[in-house]
Design a protein around this ligand. Structure first.
Ligand code: B1M
Length: 213
C-alpha cells in the first residue's frame, strides 16, 4: 500500500476528520484515482473498523467518527468522478418503518454501508409502505433496508414487503431487515431476503445480496 493510502486507512480507523480532506487531496495530487483511493485506503480502513467493532474492541461513537471521516473523503472524491461514473457497489434505500422513530442503529448501518462503497438513500424515520414504494420507483435501489426497534412496528416491515409486491416491484429489489427485535425467523416469515444483527453484519449481508461476497 502506498504511503498516502496507508495514512488514509489510518485516519479512517482513528476517526481523524481533520486530516482526511487534505490526505485525500495529496492522494489525488499523486495521481491516484478516486476508485484507487476508495479501494486502497478508505475501504481497508472501514473493513478494519468493522472487524474491531464485531470483536468488541471499538464502540458505537468511535465507529460513527470513522464513518464521518470516510464521508469527509467521499465528499472530496464524488465531485471529481466523471459524469455517469459511479464508485457505488450498490444502491440502498434505507428507512425506519412506519410508527417508529428510532434511527441511531439505522444511521449507523447506513454509514457503515456507505463506508463499504454503497450509495445510501436515507428515507428517515416513520416511513410508510407507500413511501418505500415511491422511493423504489424514484431511486431504483438494488436493496431496500428496513429498521425497526419496537415489537409493535416490526409488522410494518411485512406490510412494506406486501406493498412492494402489490406495486410489482418486489422482484426488482432485495430486502434486508434489522433492529433489536428482528430475528432470522421473523425475516423469513415476512419474506425478506435476510437480516443482520449489527452494522458490520449488515454490510456483509448487503455484499452477499449484491453477489459480492
Ligand atoms: Co426507545 N425503546 N422508545 N427511544 N429506545 C427501546 C427500543 C426499548 C427496547 C427500551 C426499553 O423499553 N427497554 C423499547 C422497545 C420495547 C419493545 O418494543 N420491545 C422502547 C420504547 C418502548 C420506546 C417508546 C415507546 C417509549 C415511550 O415513548 N413510551 C418510544 C417510541 C417512539 C417511537 O419510535 N414511536 C421510544 C422513544 C425513544 C427515543 C426517541 C427517546 C430514543 C430514540 C432516539 C433515536 O433513535 N433518534 C429511544 C432510544 C434511544 C432507545 C434505546 C434506549 C436505544 C436504541 C438505540 O439507539 N440503540 C432502546 C433500548 C436499548 O436498545 N437499549 C429503546 C443503539 C443502536 C446502535 O442499536 O438500534 O439496535 P440498534 O441498531 C443496531 C442493530 O439492531 C442493527 O444494527 C445496529 C447497529 O449495530 N440494526 C440493523 C438496526 N437497524 C438495522 C437495519 C438493518 C440491519 C441491521 O438492515 C436494514
Amino acid at each position: 500500500m502506498s504511503d498516502v493510502l496507508e495514512k488514509i486507512s489510518k485516519a479512517v480507523i482513528e476517526g481523524d476528520e481533520d486530516a482526511i480532506p487534505n490526505l485525500t487531496k495529496v492522494a489525488l495530487d499523486e495521481g491516484l484515482s478516486a476508485k484507487e483511493i476508495l479501494d486502497g485506503g478508505l475501504m481497508p480502513g472501514m473493513d478494519h473498523v468493522g472487524v474491531e467493532f464485531k470483536a468488541g474492541r471499538m464502540f458505537v461513537p468511535e465507529v460513527l467518527l470513522s464513518a464521518r471521516t470516510m464521508k469527509g473523503s467521499m465528499n472530496v472524491l464524488e465531485p471529481l468522478l466523471a459524469a455517469g461514473e459511479s464508485i457505488a457497489v450498490g444502491k440502498v434505500a434505507m428507512g425506519t418503518v412506519e410508527g417508529d422513530l428510532h434511527d441511531i442503529g439505522k444511521n449507523l448501518v447506513g454509514m457503515m454501508m456507505e463506508g463499504a462503497g454503497f450509495k445510501i438513500f436515507n428515507l428517515g424515520t416513520d416511513v410508510s409502505p407507500e413511501a418505500f414504494v415511491e422511493a423504489v420507483k424514484k431511486e431504483e435501489p438494488d436493496i431496500v433496508g428496513m429498521s425497526a426497534l419496537l415489537t409493535t412496528t416490526m409488522r410494518n416491515m411485512g406490510r412494506t414487503i406486501d406493498a412492494l409486491k402489490e406495486a410489482g416491484l418486489r422482484d426488482q429489489v432485495k430486502v434486508m431487515v434489522g433492529g433489536a427485535p428482528v430475528t432470522a425467523d421473523f425475516a423469513k416469515q415476512i419474506g425478506a431476503d435476510g437480516t443482520a444483527s449489527s452494522a458490520p453484519a449488515a454490510v456483509d449481508l448487503a455484499k452477499e445480496l449484491m453477489g459480492l461476497a
